[in-house]
Design a binder for this molecule. Structure first.
Ligand code: 13P
Length: 260
């Protein structure tokens, strides 16, 4: 079986301006092409600009959320169908900042993933535990519960999603999970996916949480870490490009990592 193409996704969160976005993307484009798949998830209003900047570069783009509804009277929401119109390849769903600040439940996140797939987008489903949950020994139970809602809703189609393990205590804190801590959770997630789909070994599982140019390579060397969901470092072209290059080395097999 062939290896999994590493995937690096930038999550800009609520950052950027039209002017700085153009500069950032021009620099990223100049740093490419990469031998890994690369995508940038920007705030909704910037989608047209980002699409224009990245068209023809091979770098994809996407959004950070979508509605759980098809269309209709949902003021302030953005439908997956609309994101598809803007050429989005990816949409992040269930990011911990949305679970926390917008009270998103596991089933709501699963509904968003279902609609994203229905409109041809690849949902990047985020799971992850708090510091207290990790300290209390419930990391595995928490991420399994979060993923199981998605498996329940999607069935074997779950193989079409990307899963991002983002321990909440590592997000924006500079505290990265160690490669072995991250690998341990990724292995649990892949095992859970394998029980739902025969294609689990082809799925990309990303790590997110203070990924930077210095720690990416070691994380990507882990057998079940297939790339990264990058927050802060995705706002700096040099750092994000370095992470994309680290993933490219894995893709090219120059790290010795077995990708079968
Ligand atoms: P940081 O890379 O800034 O820790 O953010 C991670 C994240 O939340 C990506 O979705």
């Amino acid at each position: 079986m062939g290896g999994r193409l590493p995937l690096v996704v930038g999550n800009w969160k609520m950052n950027g301006t039209r002017v700085t976005n153009v500069e950032l993307l021009a620099a990223l484009r100049a740093a490419g092409p990469f031998d890994a798949e690369v995508s940038v998830c920007c705030p909704f209003p910037y989608l047209t600009d980002v699409a224009l900047s990245l068209q023809g570069s091979g770098i994809g783009w996407g959004a950070q959320d979508c509605s759980q509804h098809e269309l209709g009277a949902y003021t302030g929401e953005v439908a997956a169908a609309m994101l598809a119109e803007f050429g989005c390849r990816h949409v992040i769903v269930g990011h911990s900042e949305r679970r926390l600040h917008h009270a998103e439940s596991d089933t709501l996140v699963a509904d968003k993933a279902r609609l994203a797939l229905a409109h041809g987008l690849t949902p990047i489903v985020c799971v992850g535990e708090t510091r207290a949950e990790r300290d209390g020994g419930s990391t595995e139970a928490v991420v399994k519960r979060q993923l199981s809602a998605v498996i329940h809703t999607l069935g074997h189609c779950v193989s079409q999603i990307v899963v991002a393990y983002e321990p909440i205590w590592a997000i924006g804190t500079g505290l990265t999970a160690t490669p072995s801590q991250a690998q341990a959770v990724h292995s649990v997630l892949r095992g859970q996916l394998a029980a739902a789909s025969t294609r689990a070994s082809e799925m990309r599982l990303l790590y997110g949480g203070s990924v930077n140019a210095g720690n990416a390579q070691e994380l990507f060397a882990q057998p079940d870490i297939d790339g990264a969901l990058v927050g802060g470092a995705s706002l700096r072209a040099a750092d994000f490009s370095a992470i994309c290059r680290a993933a490219s080395h894995v893709a090219l097999g120059s790290t010795g990592k077995s990708r079968t």
